[in-house]
Ligand binder design. Structure first.
Ligand SMILES: O=C1O[C@H](COP(=O)(O)O)[C@@H](O)[C@H](O)[C@H]1O
Length: 266
């Protein structure tokens, strides 16, 4: 690993020499959290994102992880989803199914995807309702500081504009405080209709990992992590600040290339 450090208030930074190294480190991290969570409460409730993230999780489908991870204890959710058919190329569910879920022995009834046959608003309401039922049975834990669900792990990607899940910079959805799951119908990145976890839910998780690669995202990484002062735009990625949970950034060197390394504490 090129550099690993802790940045005050911005969590742990893991900067990798290569994508292969990042993928191995990410698989180790997820496998360890799964083991801890299953030991502690018999369940691992994990929320995925779409985009490049799923490809980076590919090593979980290979030895040793495909045999050592307790897949039967996994419950799968999505931190954001596009409101398209599950068979559509833009579907985050399809991406995860093709790249991960179909390759490991996850219990089909543990996979909680959205209702894709209703409006974005209804899909968000239905998804929040489903999560509320699973919080009642403690399949998903509950935060002790808010009434929010406490996922064992939420995995996020980040766009070059600094969006995470489907929380886009300057969109009112970023300010949503009441709902657990909300919707947008005017996403600046296609497709336009999406549902997304809100920041209170993301920030109530036990663990949040943000996985970012490539030079095109270096400026957003800098704005999301460095001490940039009050006049800089506050990106949704910067608002990812788990209240009690642990935040880890998985970066490659190009994505980390604009970080102010003098601000690192090793
Ligand atoms: O639209 C989305 O974009 C982000 C970032 O995707 P990436 O391909 O640039 O990694 C993703 O995390 C989110 O889930 C997705 O809906």
């Amino acid at each position: 690993m090129a550099l690993s450090g802790v940045k005050r208030d911005r969590g742990e930074l893991k900067i990798h020499e290569s994508l292969d190294e990042l993928c191995t480190d990410l698989a180790d991290y997820i496998a360890e959290l799964s083991e801890e969570s299953v030991k502690e409460r018999g369940i691992f409730a994990i929320a995925l994102s779409g985009g490049s993230l799923i490809g980076f999780m590919g090593k979980l489908c290979e030895p040793p992880y495909n045999k050592t991870v307790d897949w039967a204890k996994w419950y799968i959710f999505w931190a954001d989803e596009r409101v398209v058919a599950k068979s559509h190329a833009d579907s985050n569910y399809k991406l995860a199914k093709d790249g991960l879920l179909s390759k490991v022995p996850i219990v089909p009834s543990h996979v909680h995807s959205i209702n894709d046959s209703v409006s974005a608003e209804q899909a968000a309401d239905d998804y929040e309702f489903a999560i509320r039922q699973l919080v009642k049975t403690r399949t998903i834990s509950v935060s002790d500081t808010s009434d929010c669900p406490k996922f064992d792990l939420i995995l996020l990607g980040m766009g070059p504009d600094g969006h995470v899940a489907s929380l886009f910079p300057g969109h009112s959805v970023v300010d949503e405080k009441e709902e657990w799951v909300t919707f947008i119908i005017d996403s600046p990145k296609p497709p336009p209709e999406r549902i997304t976890f809100t920041l209170p839910v993301i920030n109530s998780a036990s663990n949040v990992a943000v996985v970012v690669t490539g030079e095109s995202k270096a400026e957003a990484v800098h704005l999301a992590i460095d001490d940039v002062g009050p006049d800089s735009p506050s990106l949704p990625a910067r608002m990812v600040q788990p209240t009690k949970g642990k935040l880890v950034w998985f970066l490659d060197k190009p994505a980390a290339s604009k970080l102010d390394s003098s601000q690192f504490s090793k």
